[in-house]
Design a protein. Structure first.
Length: 301
């Protein structure tokens, strides 16, 4: 854990920050995100108990910051990121209004990820970085932003997968390969699949799925994809859609009840995924014979 590092001579705070999107209602645990409109002026950001990454969105602005006893002046461009570990405060002064995509990770979420990577403590520190330009991290950040801004967000498992991958990238480590298995053992894969099928109506997490395989989260994610051919979150959504289709064709339950019973947030969330993966809406599916030619196969492509 990082000790709180104060900055000298507090300056008057003149800027405003307004969150226009937030993940608070999305069921994300241990991490979160906000899209924040930031006015021109000085912003003093206190030390937090969680790690933060601020990704610049939109037109470039000239920015000056003081953090970790270091001063930085730069032109902040679209996709540039500042990484602020827990316990650090700072101040930022922007010459024009801008938008920041702010991502945070709880310390226990970060610690658990580090422990699962089996890194030495000296190699597992999240260090402050300013104007970080990393295309792979940007790709993950924009995927999480799309999830935040979606009318119907995916399963929280998807956001958890993205944030785990972000932390691995920020720490600068990849899951050890060496003599690790390249796929899940058949019995292990069957156990994980049975667990998913038995709990489709619940909020599934990477931790509990990895526990079924007795693996760390990073290793489990890699082996699951190599074994099943799709990432964990895509497989879970596919199984939910398949279960919902079967229940809709039975015609015994309402669409809203089926959505809840298969783990979707609500009926329109289920309809969105059925339309995307099957090419039909729940209403259309009620009168569709799945064996007829033209019925769309389930695909996560």
């Amino acid at each position: 854990m990082n000790a709180v590092t104060p900055i000298p001579a507090p300056a008057p705070h003149s800027g405003t920050r307004i969150a226009v999107r937030t993940s608070r209602a999305l069921g994300w645990h241990g991490f979160g995100a906000e899209l924040v409109n930031v006015s021109a002026g000085l912003h003093r950001i206190p030390a937090f108990g969680h790690h933060r990454v601020g990704v610049h969105v939109g037109a470039p602005v000239t920015a000056r910051c003081l953090c970790d006893a270091r001063r930085h002046a730069r032109i902040q461009a679209h996709g540039d990121a500042d990484v602020i570990p827990a316990g650090l405060e700072g101040q930022w002064n922007d010459d024009a209004a801008c938008t920041i995509f702010s991502i945070w990770f709880a310390e226990d979420f970060a610690t658990r990820t580090v422990e699962q990577l089996a890194l030495k403590s000296a190699d597992a520190q999240l260090r402050p970085r300013f104007q970080m330009r990393d295309p792979r991290f940007q790709h993950l950040a924009w995927a999480l932003r799309a999830e935040l801004e979606a009318d119907d967000a995916s399963d929280p498992l998807y956001a958890e997968s993205l944030c785990t991958a972000m932390l691995v990238r920020l720490i600068g480590a990849e899951p050890a390969s060496g003599k690790q298995r390249r796929t899940l053992a058949p019995r292990t894969a069957a156990r994980v699949i049975e667990f998913i099928d038995a709990n489709l109506d619940q909020r599934l997490t990477l931790d509990e799925l990895a526990a079924q395989a007795q693996l760390s989260v990073p290793h489990f994610k890699a082996l699951f994809r190599d074994t099943l051919g799709v990432p964990v979150h895509q497989y879970v959504v596919q199984r939910r859609v398949e279960r919902a289709r079967a229940l809709l064709l039975q015609g015994r339950l309402s669409a809203s009840q089926i959505a809840l019973d298969t783990g979707f947030a609500h009926q329109s969330h289920m309809a969105q995924w059925m339309s995307r993966l099957l090419g039909v809406t729940p209403r259309q599916l009620r009168g569709t014979d799945p064996l007829q030619p033209g019925a769309a196969p389930v695909s996560c492509a």
